[in-house]
Every structure is written in structure tokens, then in C-alpha cells.
Design a protein around this ligand. Structure first.
Ligand code: ZN
Length: 170
């Protein structure tokens, strides 16, 4: 899967698109190579066509604010598939969602009250608060702020490593 990072006119990352979409944007004159050097490391080679790994829009675009969906997948991504009590990493199907303040005591379904939790810790904690169960949370659960940086967490390092310089700047 070959992906291209899309920057706005001010070099701020705004999206990740397929190489096909990138090619269309370039051919229509809506985007250009974001880097000055056309070296091969910075390009994706598809057949005989070279497509830049990072492109930038040639026009100003107002990016609408996007609310991150509150769902199981996004909670697991936020917590990096790490049980927030024992600190071990698990495959997604081995993780449950824990209500920090128990659901049975009307703990709400919100970002700030739900964490990734392994089956063992979930059973151990049961219907208690972390304090009652004497189990410490690795960190306070939070609502992720920036939609785009969050989406990036879903991509493997092999893909995003080519773009790192643009994230530091943003
Ligand atoms: Zn655990």
C-alpha cells in the first residue's frame, strides 16, 4: 500500500492519500512535490512513474474541524494496545474496554472514563474503582485533540518514517 502525505499550502500535514489520488492532484496542478530534491528516496515508483511521497497543495484550503469518533478501535489506538493497568501490549482481540469509574455505578461512556484493559486485569478490577482495587492507571484517559495526528497512529512506521520531518514542524 503506497501512501502519500498531503500538506496544505503552509506545509502543515492534513491528510494521507493513495498514490493515485496524489497523481491526479499533481496532474490537475492542484499539488506539487513538497520537497525540493527529487531524489529516489523521496519518490514512490509505480511502473515507470515517480510519485513524490509528500505533496503540497498549490492553493489555500480551509480544513473543516473533524470530531474523532468515540469507538472501541480508537480507544485501543489511543492506548496503543497496552493494558492501562498492567502495562502489557496485547493483540486487539485480547483487549477489553474498562470503565475506570464502573459502569454498574453509572460511570459514563466517555473518552475520559474508558481505557484499554486485558481480560485478566478487567476480571481482577471487577466493579471497583482503580483505588478500591489497588490498581494504578498508567495514565489518565483523555480525549485526543488533533484528528490528523491521531489518524497517523494507525499507520505502520515503515510508511510514516518518510514523512517525519513534516510532523516536527506542525
Ligand atoms: Zn492488564
Amino acid at each position: 500500500m503506497q501512501k502519500v502525505l498531503l500538506l496544505d499550502k503552509d506545509n502543515k500535514p492534513i491528510n494521507i492519500c493513495s498514490w493515485k489520488r496524489a497523481l491526479v492532484l499533481i496532474m490537475k496542478g492542484k499539488a506539487t512535490n513538497a520537497r525540493l530534491l527529487n531524489d529516489i528516496e523521496n519518490m514512490i515508483k509505480i511502473d515507470n512513474i515517480l510519485i513524490p511521497r509528500v505533496i503540497k497543495l498549490t492553493y489555500k484550503l480551509a480544513v473543516p474541524y473533524k470530531e474523532l469518533p468515540f469507538c472501541r478501535e480508537n480507544i485501543l489506538v489511543r492506548d496503543e494496545f497496552v493494558c492501562q493497568y498492567c502495562g502489557k501490549k496485547f493483540p486487539p482481540d485480547k483487549l477489553t474496554l474498562d470503565h475506570v469509574f464502573p459502569k454498574s455505578r453509572l460511570g459514563p461512556d466517555i473518552w475520559e472514563n474508558i481505557v484499554a484493559c486485558c481480560e485478566e486485569c478487567n476480571q481482577k478490577k471487577a466493579d471497583r474503582t482503580p483505588k478500591e482495587a489497588k490498581m494504578k492507571l498508567l495514565r489518565r484517559p483523555y480525549r485526543p485533540k488533533d484528528y490528523f495526528s491521531f489518524e497517523l497512529k494507525k499507520y505502520p512506521y515503515e510508511i510514516i518514517k518518510f514523512w517525519s520531518e513534516f510532523f516536527e514542524a506542525s
